[in-house]
Design a protein around this ligand. Structure first.
Ligand SMILES: [Zn+2]
Length: 482
């Protein structure tokens, strides 16, 4: 019993700490240009180290830069970019601010500058290889030597498991990003710690044969869940958006902390958490390419891998204009992405017992709350006024927690760009909203471009906490809704 008291005291202390609000002032221009320069600790340049000491092959990112271009008055610039889609990768774009963040080689960057000498732009990441190196987590890798090459394998080392077991209810787990195996080990320990409440359920196998797991938090002693409102919180659909994976784990942790003091919360609600909705892609970002976005299945072109799972759902699906090697590739038909098909099958089976009330899909980056639809701005969602009201409520809850201002806008506006028109089709947001969930949002987490996908781990807890504040508001709103 002493142990339980200690845990409860710890949980209460953590809840108290998490309720201390920040009073950060929001720079009104930060949505357009990042307000603070990307400051990093002075560290060794990766090129001075033995490549065996590199977490992944960093030479793939050398002579590569990420820039933000403002393109509103630059029709020619837009046309030029449209003509060379294979020469850059899109990190983010803002249709409202008319900016686009591009990853491109130094040579292409200089070409662009030579062609458009009045281009309004800003460098976000000057030396991509070094930034990947500086933001890559330490102490998780083990070198596996195979006959062909030596490669790193990120796994739950004995030490990490021991640490996790000792600190399952602490925030230590959130001090750094965690590789797939460690997250799975953590979930396993959480499941053992909350028998009858937490169930990790394998609902399918990915293209590379990994389990596709969901975390079902519910009062499992009750068979009939039809009276309950189920909330789905999803992350990691885009592999490089690590903050979305850590944030779903943080929501599990926070919800269980609430459950420990208010077990009645599960009388009304069921939760389905999916921290890793793209396991193969996530693993690949740890082992091979930190900036990989899609899943890892084969396509119609040899040596072009991966389908964007978030373009694979069968709601206003249209084939993307991107080629199979491109980051936005939708596949050749709906549900070609294995993970989208798994999720669809699972929901068809589970819908009989669950009424899905809320769907929240976490992505990064740009600090936005997007509501349906993504595929078109000319189609109005069935309950637009209330969707917007709730989105502003979530945004306010986030602001009261951390001072961060999450912009609210329709997803079509966020996706819609003069650059590529087909980007908003087949999203899980639209699919879930139209077919399964009463309320549905996509949240783009921090930041606004200072670090982009390479958000340092010190932001894991503040982002997790601000999103939990938003989720708590969401729950209050939908449970008082009747
Ligand atoms: Zn995303």
């Amino acid at each position: 019993m002493g142990e339980l008291h200690k845990l409860l005291a710890l949980a209460i202390a953590l809840v108290m700490v998490s309720q201390c609000n920040g009073f950060l002032q929001q720079n009104p221009f930060s949505l357009l240009w990042p307000s603070e320069p990307a400051v990093s600790e002075p560290s060794l340049h990766f090129s001075t180290l033995d490549p065996d000491k590199h977490p992944i092959n960093l030479y793939q990112y050398t002579n590569t830069t990420v820039i933000r271009i403002k393109y509103d008055t630059q029709d020619q610039l837009v046309q030029y970019l449209k003509a060379i889609p294979k020469d850059y990768g899109i990190w983010s774009k803002s249709a409202s601010a008319k900016t686009i963040d591009l990853q491109l080689s130094t040579v292409d960057y200089l070409k662009l500058l030579a062609k458009f000498d009045d281009m309004d732009y800003q460098i976000l990441v000057e030396d991509l290889a070094q930034t990947v190196f500086e933001t890559f987590p330490e102490n998780h890798q083990e070198t596996i030597n195979t006959e062909e090459n030596s490669e790193f394998k990120y796994k739950a080392t004995e030490e990490v498991i021991r640490e996790t077991k000792a600190n399952v209810f602490s925030e230590l787990f959130f001090k750094d990003y965690r590789p797939l195996e460690t997250i799975e080990a953590w979930l396993d320990i959480i499941q053992q710690s909350f028998p009858g409440v937490v169930k990790v359920e394998e609902i399918g196998k990915t293209f590379e044969g990994r389990p596709y797991n969901i975390v079902h938090v519910s009062d499992h002693s009750v068979d009939d869940h039809s009276e309950k409102k189920t909330i789905v919180i999803n992350g990691g659909i885009h592999a490089r958006e690590w903050i979305s994976v850590s944030s779903v784990c943080y929501q599990i942790y926070s919800m269980l902390n609430v459950y420990m003091t208010q077990p009645e919360i599960l009388q009304e609600l069921d939760f389905i958490f999916v921290p890793l909705s793209n396991p193969d892609g996530y693993e690949y970002t740890w082992s091979t390419d930190r900036l990989w976005r899609k899943n890892r299945q084969t396509t119609i072109l040899p040596r072009c891998y991966g389908i964007d799972i978030d373009h694979s759902y069968d709601f206003h699906w249209t084939k993307s204009s991107d080629w199979p090697c491109g980051e936005e590739y939708s596949g050749e038909h709906p549900y070609e992405a294995v993970e989208a098909q798994i999720w669809e099958d699972y929901l068809n089976k589970t819908n009989a017992h669950h009424e899905i009330y809320g769907y929240i899909d976490l992505h990064s980056y740009s600090e936005e709350i997007l509501f349906p639809f993504a595929y078109s701005c000319s189609s109005e969602p069935r309950d637009e006024e209330n969707l917007i009201e709730l989105a502003y409520g979530i945004s306010k809850a986030i602001r009261l927690q951390s001072g961060k201002f999450y912009n609210v806008l329709p997803a079509c506006q966020d996706k819609d760009s003069d650059l590529l028109p087909d980007l908003g089709s087949g999203t899980s947001l639209d699919f879930m909203y139209h077919n399964k969930a009463f309320w549905a949002y996509q949240l783009k987490l921090r930041d606004t471009g200072n670090h982009g996908f390479l958000l340092p781990p010190k932001f894991i807890e503040p982002v997790g906490a601000e999103i939990f504040a938003g989720i708590q508001y969401f729950i209050k709103f939908i449970t008082e809704d009747d």
